[in-house]
Design a protein around this ligand. Structure first.
Ligand code: PLP
Length: 479
């Protein structure tokens, strides 16, 4: 008996991604030939995402660079396509730096972030990329390396954390990254001491939160830090506000409202369970009272990506009470950003073959690590790509291919408008940012999904293995 009131979480799918999903025969052939799961990246969509951020820069009359946070996806195709735009890249490991150099980014468009080992620091210094230093120790090591190997002066930014709010107290999360903002004096002493080796260009923060009040405090704190740098004679020019602009995953905010309130009812035992073993996503029932915090990514986020940047720049600085964008404009500092997830909005999907459908259990040829929705707590329904007659609507649990109780693709019951059949594909859309390869492992010797780039050429969709993609496609007569 179909549920007459299904709790759909319909993903937001823009026309280009939709038209790829309409190519059912191509998608089936790809999975037949390359296996399940299969990761599809859509490099053509990147430029529009970069442009959306640029538009926000234009609206606020700001200069600076958009650096793609590479960690969000390992794809070569995406990186090579981005290299053909004006964007830069934020690399957080030695291998990411090598990848970026090989994809066509010159050192002036690369920023090395996060904690770095000596090899990473060395290649960054040797190639002359900007080093966004995570600690005082890193700056000291870098200066010593530059002196010892007689390298050119290295451009450095310093990541700060732990900004104090003035006036209204905003809780600032503890971070294990960056130098405490209160230790800026020590940073400046060090930079003065190593003038020959290090060229300070600015300060940075990255906050792992979507709450903009905390970010407004950090941005204002960075502007104050830049003034201190200038007072000490350092010619800094930019502030890097990291990533965390977010993505809107769902088409309909009302579905999200309904889903989350029904989940609360289910946790309280006032309706039938909506999750495997009554999982509450952080909520719990304590003697009939709802406790805990809903630990889910707010999948419906009408203000996200470039819109979020716009909102932050329009927000008043907590102490100076003027819009942060105007403060940046007045001081003529450049604004650098490092979006990962937001630049990959709509740029990829994961396909998985249905192995078995029994009662309400759908077993897939992929595991939870291949489509790591749960770790990030993002909820959205997969699409059924079927060649045959669709079955009736239903509610299902999606199980992975690992011999582990915990291997559920998602712990929630998923409502689908049709019953999938063995051999059908489920398409998890908008999964380029962190979902498709960030956590994938070869547990149980199950293969990691291959990656293909699907791109438009002469009015048709074409594909190639991710590593074969370059932004110059084979000429029509050659292919
Ligand atoms: C330093 C830094 N910059 C940028 C990002 C990208 O964040 P997002 O993908 O949320 O935009 C991260 C993510 O962890 C980060 O650590």
């Amino acid at each position: 008996m179909p549920d007459l009131n299904p709790l759909y979480l319909t993903p937001r799918i823009e026309p280009v991604a939709r038209s790829v999903l309409d190519e059912g025969e191509l998608l089936r052939q790809l999975v037949d030939g390359l296996g399940s799961p299969l990761n599809i990246v859509l490099p053509d969509l990147l430029e529009a995402n970069v442009d959306a951020f640029r538009e926000s820069y234009r609206d606020h009359r700001l200069r600076g660079r958009v650096y793609f946070a590479h960690k969000a996806n390992r794809s070569a195709a995406l990186l090579r396509r981005l290299a053909a735009t004006e964007a830069g890249v934020d690399v957080a490991s030695l291998a990411e730096l090598q990848h970026a150099l090989g994809a066509g980014f010159g050192p002036e468009r690369i920023m090395a972030t996060g904690p770095k080992n000596r090899e990473f620091l060395w290649l960054a210094a040797r190639t002359g990329v900007i080093v966004n230093a995570d600690s005082l120790g890193e700056l000291t090591d870098l200066a010593a390396m530059v002196a010892e190997h007689r390298l050119r002066r290295v451009r450095v930014m310093v990541r700060l954390s732990g900004f104090a709010s003035q006036g209204v107290q905003v809780i600032s999360r503890r971070s294990r990254f960056g130098v405490p903002a209160g230790d800026l004096g020590d940073v400046l002493d060090l930079l003065e001491k190593h003038r020959e080796e290090l060229e300070p260009v600015g300060v940075a923060y990255h906050l792992d939160t979507i709450g903009w009040p905390e970010k407004a405090i950090a941005l204002e704190g960075c502007l104050a830090a830049l003034e201190e740098c200038r007072a000490r004679g350092l010619e800094v020019r930019s502030v890097d506000i990291g990533g965390g602009f977010g993505v809107n995953y769902l088409a309909d905010g009302a579905q999200w409202e309904r889903y989350t309130s029904e989940l609360a009812q289910a946790v309280l035992g006032r309706r039938e369970p909506m999750t495997w073993n009554g999982h509450g996503y952080g909520l719990r029932n304590e003697g009939g009272t709802l406790r805990g915090v809903l630990g889910l990514y707010p999948s419906y986020r009408p203000v996200s990506g470039a819109g979020y940047l716009d909102q932050l720049l329009g927000a008043p600085a907590p102490a100076l009470r003027r819009p942060l964008g105007s403060l940046l404009l007045d001081t003529m500092y450049e604004l650098d950003i490092e979006p990962g997830r937001a630049l990959l909005d709509q740029c990829g999907l994961v396909l998985a073959r249905v192995l078995d459908v029994r009662d309400s259990l759908v077993r897939l040829d992929c595991n939870a690590r291949d489509v790591s929705l749960e770790e990030h707590g993002v909820l959205m329904d997969p699409l059924v790509v079927s060649a045959g007659e669709p079955g009736p609507p239903g509610a299902f649990y999606l199980l992975g291919n690992l011999c582990l109780e915990a291997d559920l693709i998602t712990r929630r019951q998923v409502f689908l408008p049709v019953t999938p059949r063995p051999g059908d594909l489920l398409a998890f859309v908008n999964t380029a940012g962190y979902f498709m390869d960030f956590s994938a492992t070869q547990a149980l010797h199950q293969p990691i999904g291959r990656k293909v780039a699907v791109y438009r050429d002469g009015g048709a969709w074409r594909w190639c293995l991710d590593e074969q993609y370059w932004p110059v496609h084979p000429r029509a007569e050659e292919s």
